[in-house]
Design a binder for this molecule. Structure first.
Ligand SMILES: *Cc1c(COP(=O)(O)O)cnc(C)c1O
Length: 397
């Protein structure tokens, strides 16, 4: 089996080697303040020797290079009380709050750590709203890699504490995630370091989307186990909290792989779930293209972005597979948080609640036999301040 990077826009192929992130030709067409151009995709040829349900997804880095830490816990289940409350008998939740650092990002960080280990590169650098940074710091600690992160100083305290606990270097950025992203890229591209670091920035490094695809394998494994056999992709509706668009692009990649591997008849319907105050991908799907950035403002900090870095990839896949998009207000997000906590025992951070809230708002649009799956991407303990507000609790400093 052979792996390579391929540009989905022009078809150019590249080896998977350190320092290769974007397609040279397509990256040169980059416009200011628009999603990244030239994002590469991991592709494989030959026999993936994939053994079916319950076996790991084929990935471009061999298992033996992965950090000695499982990146996920078994995590698809049926929250029956919440399903009854919402009138959705077939509701499933894919819970990633139990991953080592408490978020979905561990899927991508484990693969990037494995790549750095295989290539004998000792340092990983990235920008993050907080979860990708705490996740990379966690996997880096397990793997013995140095991790440097650029994070807005406004990131929730729990995420900053995690970063320092795991022993990473925290560069606090006085500005938004978009500012942190530019600073980290400049840092990685500095000729004095570009050969000795792996840049894990979302979208930019193709391995982040590839790592995130494993969620599709977990969802299909879990659904098949609970239905005692194959489930048609035409019934499955996956609600994905979306900011930069890398999680939804990764989920799509996984479902595409599963179709190619003969595990699934068709790619399910994916919903890009966004906050009203950070809805670039929703607007692009509605309008057919990305417009000028709108400054983001939402309680859902993990998905607050002005320019979605993997937006072009996400939009292309949404259009190709007939995906949908929805938005919800901060009030709906906080209401969904207490509903999920109190009816299902699923306490997730505001960004993850965007997926629950979009499902609540749009459940009337689902066919009767639909199987809705909500991606619950991050633990509620990661942002206590917002959660406290939702339950009317005053926190002491
Ligand atoms: C990163 C993240 C998302 C969304 O990911 P994007 O790739 O930015 O769309 C959703 N939920 C949580 C908890 C996250 O950390």
């Amino acid at each position: 089996m052979k792996w390579m990077f391929r540009c989905p826009t022009c078809g150019a192929e590249y080896d998977i080697v350190p320092g290769r992130y974007l397609c040279d030709r397509c990256a040169a067409t980059q416009q200011p303040e628009r999603p990244l151009e030239g994002i590469l995709e991991c592709v494989w040829e030959g026999d993936p020797s994939y053994k079916g349900r319950g076996t790991p997804a084929p990935l471009p880095v061999e298992r033996r290079y992965f950090p000695p830490l499982p990146e996920t816990a078994p995590s698809l289940w049926r929250p029956t009380r919440l399903g009854e409350r919402l009138g959705l008998r077939n509701l499933f939740v894919q819970y990633d709050g139990g991953n080592p650092s408490g978020s979905f990002k561990d899927r991508a960080s484990a693969l990037v750590a494995a790549f750095a280990t295989r290539e004998k590169i000792g340092e990983i650098v990235l920008a993050s709203t907080g979860n990708a940074a705490s996740s990379m710091a966690c996997m880096g600690a397990a793997a013995g890699l140095k991790v440097t992160v650029f994070v807005p100083s406004s990131a929730p305290a729990a995420k900053r504490v995690q970063i320092l606990q795991y022993g990473a270097r925290l560069e606090s950025v006085d500005g938004t995630y978009d500012v942190a992203y530019e600073r980290s890229l400049a840092w990685c591209r500095d000729p004095s370091r570009s050969a000795s670091v792996v840049c894990r920035n979302t979208g930019y490094n193709p391995l982040t989307i590839e790592g995130k695809k494993t969620v599709a394998f977990d969802v299909i494994d879990g659904l098949e186990a609970s239905h005692s056999g194959p489930v048609s992709g035409s019934r499955i509706h996956v609600f994905v909290p979306t900011g930069d668009g890398a999680v939804i692009a990764g989920a799509y990649k996984g479902f595409e792989d599963l179709v190619r591997l003969g595990r699934l008849d068709r790619v399910p319907t994916l919903w890009a779930c966004q906050a009203e105050g950070s809805s670039a991908i929703f607007r692009a799907l509605r309008d057919g293209a990305f417009g000028d950035p709108v400054p983001s403002s939402t309680i859902a900090d993990s998905i607050a972005v002005d320019v979605p870095r993997a937006g072009a990839v996400a939009l292309r896949k949404l259009i190709r597979h007939g995906g949908k998009a929805a938005t919800v207000s901060d009030a709906e997000i906080l209401e969904a948080q207490t509903t999920a906590s109190s009816y299902a025992g699923i306490f997730v951070e505001p960004s993850s609640c965007v997926a629950f809230a979009c499902l609540v708002a749009r459940s009337g649009d689902l066919p009767k036999d639909a199987i809705p799956v909500v991606l619950a991407t991050g633990s509620g303990l990661k942002d206590i301040a917002s959660a406290a507000r939702a339950v009317g609790l005053e926190l002491q400093e």
